[in-house]
Design a protein around this ligand. Structure first.
Ligand code: SF4
Length: 221
């Protein structure tokens, strides 16, 4: 069910264009954004990025993926070794469990996940965020990587709202979904995540450096 208005759609289209343009000048470069990155690396990285800073993930990316270059090696990993390798990323016990769950599925299905959101949610360790990242990276579908950064920017731009659990907030999900349809979905996702990390940060909004300042509700008020 779409819960965004016609006017909101128009504004989302406008910010998508500005975000894409901004990204090419200001976006951050990370190993998982490189065109050489495999789907396996991209999907695992999205699990690592939840609740961990992108810079921390980047600093430990190479070592981790050299130890576990594919789903099979990850699946075969000894539990203690895997936890040790995940320690630098934080919440390693939970992540070791998630990696075991998702790699069990991947190994049984030759690394191919379903291209259907509801089917993806049935897989152990796959929640809304990871399901969307699989659809985005493996199937090139326009899906939003809705995290706190994206939520904060959309909230500030449109209207201050009381944040519910972002995974199940229907307005935010519809807004994110519509936003990334207006251009290159990967770039728009990365752009809004970077804008939330560099410009529209949780501590401070640097509105004078923001490509979205025109039309932003926080800036007008
Ligand atoms: S104008 Fe300010 S509040 Fe609005 S999105 Fe940009 S940085 Fe955030």
């Amino acid at each position: 069910v779409t819960v965004i208005s016609v006017n909101e759609r128009r504004r989302l289209k406008s910010i998508a264009t500005r975000l894409e343009k901004w990204f090419y000048q200001n976006g951050r470069r990370f190993s998982w954004r490189d065109e050489k990155a495999t789907h396996y690396e991209q999907i695992c990285t999205e699990i690592l990025l939840q609740q961990t800073r992108a810079e921390t993930v980047e600093n430990n990316f190479q070592r981790f993926f050299e130890s576990y270059p594919d789903w099979t090696s990850l699946n075969k990993a000894n539990e203690i070794d895997l936890r040790k390798s995940l320690k630098p990323f934080g919440i390693w016990r939970r992540r070791a469990k998630s990696f075991k769950g998702i790699s069990n599925y991947a190994v049984k299905h030759n690394g191919n996940f379903p291209d259907d959101y509801k089917e993806l949610l049935k897989i152990t360790a796959v929640g809304p965020y990871v399901a969307n990242s699989i659809l985005l990276f493996q199937y090139n579908k326009s899906r939003p990587l809705l995290d706190m950064n994206m939520a904060r920017v959309l909230e500030r731009y449109f209207k201050p709202r009381k944040l519910a659990d972002i995974r199940y907030d229907s307005w935010l999900n519809s807004a994110g979904q519509y936003l990334v349809r207006n251009g290159n979905a990967r770039i728009i996702n990365w752009a809004i995540l970077d804008l939330g990390a560099l410009v529209c940060t949780s501590r401070k909004a640097l509105c004078n450096k923001c490509p979205l300042s025109r039309g932003c509700s926080k800036n007008i008020n």
